[in-house]
Structures are given as C-alpha cells and as structure tokens.
Ligand binder design. Sequence first.
Ligand SMILES: Nc1ncnc2c1ncn2[C@@H]1O[C@H](COP(=O)(O)OP(=O)(O)OP(=O)(O)O)[C@@H](O)[C@H]1O
Ligand SMILES: [Mg+2]
Length: 273
Amino acid sequence: MTSSPGARRARFDHVSLGFDTPGGRLTVIDDVSYDIDEGEFVAVIGPSGCGKTTMLNMLAGFQAPTSGRVLFDGVPVSGPGPERGVIFQEYGVFPWLTVRDNIAFGLRLKANRVPAAERDEICSHYLALMGLSEFADAYPKHLSGGMRQRLAIARAYAVRPRFLLMDEPFGALDAQTRIHMQNLLLHVLAAERKSVMLITHSVEEAVFLASRVVVVTARPARVKDIVEVPFGYPRTEQLRERREFAELRAHVGRLVMDEYKATTPAQSFVPAD
Ligand SMILES: Nc1ncnc2c1ncn2[C@@H]1O[C@H](COP(=O)(O)OP(=O)(O)OP(=O)(O)O)[C@@H](O)[C@H]1O
Ligand SMILES: [Mg+2]
C-alpha cells in the first residue's frame, strides 16, 4: 500500500470503532488500514461526519479503537505524546494566556522544555512567521477568528513535533490566508523534517500539499482509495497551474463527490445489544 522508502511512523491496522449512542450503536470507522511513513504527508478527505476527526483522535491518543490496532513507531498508541503535535478542528488556544505565552506554553512543558532565551527566540520566530508579532501581548479574545487559528498553528509548530496531526487547520481562514498558510506549512516542512496527517475538505489543498491522499467513504469510514500524488517537493504556486495538477484534482474530486452523494447516515445505526 505504501511506496515511500521512509520508515513506517504510523499505522492504522484493520481499525474499527463504534460509539454507543441513544439511537443505538454507531459504527464510525470500519476496517481501516493505511500507513504514514517517515517524512510522508498524508491527507485524509471525506464527507462531513464520516469519522475523520475520530481517526485523528486515535493516532493522537485521545480515543482507543474498538478493534484493530493504531501503531506509532510500531507501538500501540496508548495516549498523547510530545512527538505528536495536534492542531484541533476548533481553535486550540488558551484564552487566559497572551499570544506569546500561548506559543510558549508547549515549550514550558517538561517534555519539550527549552531555556528561556531559546524559548523567546522560538516564540518570536513563529510570531513573525504567522504575522502575529504586533499582537504578542494581546489575548486571544482580541484576535479575529483567522488570527486565533494562526495562533493555534504557531503553538503546534513551536514545539517542533516530529509528527503533525492537523484537523482542518486552515478551514476557518479566508482564501488568501489559506494559500499563504499552505505555503508556510511547506516551508516549515522543508526546514524541519516531519510526517503529517492532514484532514481537509479541500481537494485542492490535499493534492497541493500531500504525497498521498486517503479518500474515505461516507460513514462508516472505510478507505475508498489511496491516491499517490507524484509531484516532488519543494512545491510552489506554479504547481497549481499545471495540467497534471488539474487532472489529479479532478480525479480526487470525483472520488470525493461520489461519497458526498452516497451519504446515508441512517444505515450506520444498528440496535444496541
Ligand atoms: N464521543 C462520541 N460519542 C458518540 N458519537 C460520536 C462521538 N464522537 C464522534 N461521534 C460521531 O462519530 C461520527 C464521526 O465524527 P467525526 O467528528 O469523526 O466526523 P468528521 O469526519 O471529522 O466530520 P467533519 O468533517 O464534520 O469534522 C459522527 O457521526 C459523530 O456524531
Ligand atoms: Mg472533523
């Protein structure tokens, strides 16, 4: 299934997951298997409510599978860890800390602690990168929605995790900032080798950023197809103009649209036992 020569970092191995709900047992993930290798960038795309965040939560260590195994570096995931940095679907910032202290937060934790001078340097670097320098001493409530999201991204980048788990990180941003953030992500990845799992609803974003795109079905989430993205890195804006890019985007778009059309949520309910 994988073609990358890198070592395997993350593996979903026949993973299924169900929730008990008032309406009965809800099967969310159904026998999902794929790998994310060292240095690989995997985008996961599929209809709303199909189970993408649930999948990411399992790799982040917030949710255990009902059956199958979720492995990180060959070991079953049993909880969160500093080597896996998460950017949540909803703003992951602390309202009681200033912008600068939000970025510094992870660097004060035992697992990532760095000396104060280095911490200040890292904070200033990511404040500038995200265009937030002039708001360093402001509190999140004084930021716009898009700025808060950029702060959440800066917080995750600042601890330089080896593996980034990103849940629709750019979804709340305007179109121009979104493109800027995509390019910044590529820039950060070129400077610091990482593996990435990115959840997105944007076919364009998936094909522009990822080395593979995992298309998942309407709930319960199954792997519908895994599409290799043959464009090398570094990638620049010119890629979006290429015919091969447009063709691949159209191909992935068709796979995704089929699943949006096939969304039949009621079928996922079976009586609880
Ligand atoms: N803790 C929970 N208990 C019960 N059901 C849950 C729980 N968490 C998620 N679900 C259900 O699991 C399904 C998948 O949710 P999930 O958040 O993974 O979807 P998603 O693919 O990320 O959707 P979106 O694209 O809208 O973010 C949904 O039907 C949701 O209601
Ligand atoms: Mg989600």
